[in-house]
Design a protein around this ligand. Sequence first.
Ligand code: BG6
Length: 507
Amino acid sequence: MTVNGKKPKAEPAPPTTLFLFGAHGDLVKRLLMPALYNLSRDGLLGDGLRIVGVDHNAISDADFAKKLEDFIRTEAASKVKGNGDNALDPELWAQLAKGISYVEGDFLDDSTYADIGKKIADSGTANAVFYLATAPRFFSEVVQRLGSAGLLNETDDGFRRVVIEKPFGSDLATAEALNACLLKVMSEKQIYRIDHYLGKETVQNILISRFSNVLFEAFWNNHYIDHVQITAAETVGVETRGNFFEKTGTLRDMVPNHLFQLLAMVAMEPPAAFGADAVRGEKAKVVGAIRPWSLDDARANSVRGQYTAGEIAGKPLPGYREEANVAPDSSTETFVALKVMIDNWRWVGVPFYLRTGKRMSIRDTEIVICFKHAPYAQFRDTEVDELRPTYLKIQIQPNEGMWFDLLAKKPGPTLEMASIELGFDYKDFFEMQPSTGYETLIYDCMTGDQTLFQRADNIENGWRAVQPFLDAWKEDDGIQAYKAGEDGPAAADALLARDGRAWHSLG
Ligand code: BG6
């Protein structure tokens, strides 16, 4: 991430060989390749990029490139810039495709790494990025083998970087073990732990808006903010990922990563600079300040839900237990609502309520900063019998923008209040280009900017805050049903009602 408008004039990334482990997987076809195409369209890749797919299926270089092209033209056309009838510019694609090749190999076989070494030697550059778009069980296996083959040794002539996808561990202990394994074979500055929420413009903008507009700082604290709500609502179910989801559940899938990224952007202290160390240091501090709940408190401050059959937009949908590869008596959660407290000077006493779930009424990722009540005294003896609290809504997706909800006087002789909205809608100010959300992250990795990637302590602090919920649920999973199309179980409303509050309606 660069600031002060440097990005449009940004230099193309240095010549790099990008190894895509898990080359036949969805991530590569749906997101990484379209993102690389978009970067190349913006002139940010230069001529020196080689893309090497690594996977166990046999395929020639040309067929691999053709397969990617066909997929993007049919399935991922909406993600590439300049689409329309002709989703890919033939010349531009041909230029990118020239650099595409393939290594057939088992991730656990040393000979695969010897082949990778040869590719680097023939590429004309010592710079290499190893992108692990694989199942998580391969993360440490691949990294150890890259290390033993000497492929992670950096020289003055070239960098070696590893990109790790989520999920990074499945609890605190496994995340710590994975970090320890990575740090045995390379240094922190070579590790790029991805959270795709940080690739979203609206998420990066929280940081920029908060710290470049001085007015925000004036009220951004527990004197004026009553509580914060963070919601990531999805309408999709588990789709084809029943196997993965059964083991993972919504808490692990969404909270220590995506939702805590949003929380950190909202709650962190101003960094001393927009550099990787300063930004990540502040984020680690604020997530580290989340109060570690006791097991009883974790139970009292969390709700687990699972969707049953219902409907969304008039379409009947099956329940989670009827989905493919899901146990008929599954107790995996597809919804969570949590209350967390941040024990630092800025936020003491301000609850952060988090909720996320599948098959909710609409797709909506939003942060609502709810302000305290204004004192009522001056309105006594007027027609105003209630002063409701106001809020700022930051909509991450799909209708990106920020809206202040305020109160104003209705014109007329009596004193009546009306709600008004002061808004910033991205579409009104910026051209919204198709994108995958991975463009900035890939470019930043190739240019060596780690600001938008997770450091070991960011990840571990996230798991540390989530661990009490995992532990509490082991003993009593207390899962609550909600119908597909509802915004979670009634207990999620009760979590706020208990504190005299209510969820902001979605949309
Ligand atoms: C992924 C989760 O990391 O994020 C998915 O594994 C989830 O379960 C997705 O659907 C949500 O991402 P987005 O960008 O659609 O909000």
